[in-house]
Design a binder for this molecule. Structure first.
Ligand SMILES: [Zn+2]
Length: 414
């Protein structure tokens, strides 16, 4: 079951039943009828209903769904601790005949009787949507968000009222959209504990009832059960360790390591909190961060805080460049080499310290991520983002350091 926060717009409003009244509509209907494959017992040919379209579930998607679900409800965990989880399905529609579910991305965990989606989760989902779209272009396929999945630990397969509202959000814009439900209690030797659901008549809004749709699998059920049972055992055995590693990364590497790096050796411009930036300004600041040549006007300092360390490095570089130019102009060439040597040493001392700290944090991170990586697919959005944001920040920091070193080299060659 899923719960939605009050105030979130949904698609519960009933749509009007539409009957073909115009000539063109009748022609459309005729076209549809003549192209269908199904016929009723009285011989009337009917249009195949998207609601009946079977769903093909890849093993990868099934494994990812189960892998995340069992972290919060499994037979070793006492029932009062069971919690529902929520995720997104990506895949494609095959010739309007079959929905292919290629991935089941975990989003968040709720409580015993439902998952409450916070506004941030809608942001997460739109990011998954954008990433899926980008990947589809890259891989030249038509993958998109094909539906959603959630768990009903011990409740079996149905759509609650709130599930219907959630599902309408998927099925109204896409009649083929599918909702998968996993219930580990329904998983037995001959069953995989999963069902695919759609609403029979989404135009009726929450008055519509659900239909269980045919599910096809990539492998035979016995084989899937063998594979998944091994996986479940592995996840149950190691997920506690993985969760501890995540806490370590957050508490020690991010809240202490990264914080210290920023405090002592800050290099990245930080937008001032009370200022809202336009896309253009964000782009400009990214350029400043990356180019390492201060723009002539210092106007960006109105909206950005420049870390002290970065300012010190920039000033040193500028000072030396000016100095070098002056020496050259006054033709005191014998002085140049000793000046260069001095500068080289100074700047090395300055830039080596942050590199040392950065590398130490990175080494530490690499040790811990090794334990997490095999279980990355079974982490939810918050957990995945914790890692991704950290990696992004560290690599941004290291890029700036590399560029500052390059700039120093360039000045030395002046
Ligand atoms: Zn539900």
């Amino acid at each position: 079951m899923t719960r939605q926060k009050k105030g979130k717009s949904d698609n519960t409003e009933s749509l009007h039943d539409s009957y073909p009244t115009q000539k063109s509509d009748i022609n459309d209907l005729f076209d549809k009828i003549s192209s269908t494959e199904e016929s009723t017992s009285v011989g009337l040919v009917i249009q195949s209903d998207p609601c009946l379209t079977p769903t093909y579930l890849t093993y990868k998607a099934y494994e990812r769904m189960v892998g995340y679900a069992i972290r919060y409800a499994n037979k070793n965990l006492s029932k009062n601790k069971w919690r529902e989880v929520y995720g997104i399905l990506t895949g494609s529609i095959e010739d309007e005949k079959r929905v292919i579910v290629k991935d089941a991305i975990p989003v968040c965990v709720g409580d015993r009787a439902g998952v409450e989606l916070e506004p941030i989760h809608y942001v997460d989902i739109s990011q998954i949507d954008a990433a899926t779209y980008e990947r589809a272009i890259e891989n030249k396929n038509t993958d998109f968000i094909i539906g959603w999945w959630h768990t009903h630990p011990g409740f079996s397969f149905f759509f609650s009222e709130v599930d219907k509202i959630t599902h309408l959000g998927y099925q109204v814009p896409n009649p083929f959209a599918i909702g998968l439900i996993f219930d580990h209690c329904e998983k037995e030797e001959k069953s995989l504990g999963v069902a695919a659901l759609r609403l029979k008549k989404p135009e009726r809004g929450i008055l519509s009832t659900h239909r269980i749709v045919e599910l096809q699998y990539e492998l035979d059920k016995k084989k899937i059960n063998q594979k998944i049972n091994k996986k479940i055992e592995l996840i149950n055995k190691n997920i506690g360790k993985v969760e501890k590693e995540l806490v370590y990364i957050e508490d020690t590497l991010i809240n202490k390591g990264l914080k210290q790096l920023k405090k002592d050796y800050g290099l990245i411009l930080v937008p001032k909190e009370d200022i809202t930036l336009t896309d253009e300004e964000v782009e400009k600041i990214e350029l400043i961060n990356k180019s390492y040549v201060w723009p002539d006007s210092d106007s960006f300092k109105d909206s950005y805080q420049v870390p002290k360390f970065r300012e010190k490095v920039e000033n040193r570089l500028k000072e030396f460049e000016d100095n070098l130019i002056k020496i050259k102009e006054s033709n005191q060439l014998n002085n140049i080499e000793s000046q260069r040597k001095k500068f080289k040493e100074k700047i090395k001392n300055m830039l080596d310290k942050p590199k040392e700290l950065h590398d130490r944090i990175t080494d530490e991170f690499n040790k811990h991520i090794e334990i997490i990586s095999p279980y990355f697919d079974y982490l939810d959005t918050n957990e995945r983002k914790l890692i991704e944001n950290f990696e992004e920040k560290m690599s941004e920091y290291s890029d700036i350091l590399v560029n500052l070193n390059k700039r120093a080299e360039e000045i030395l060659d002046t």
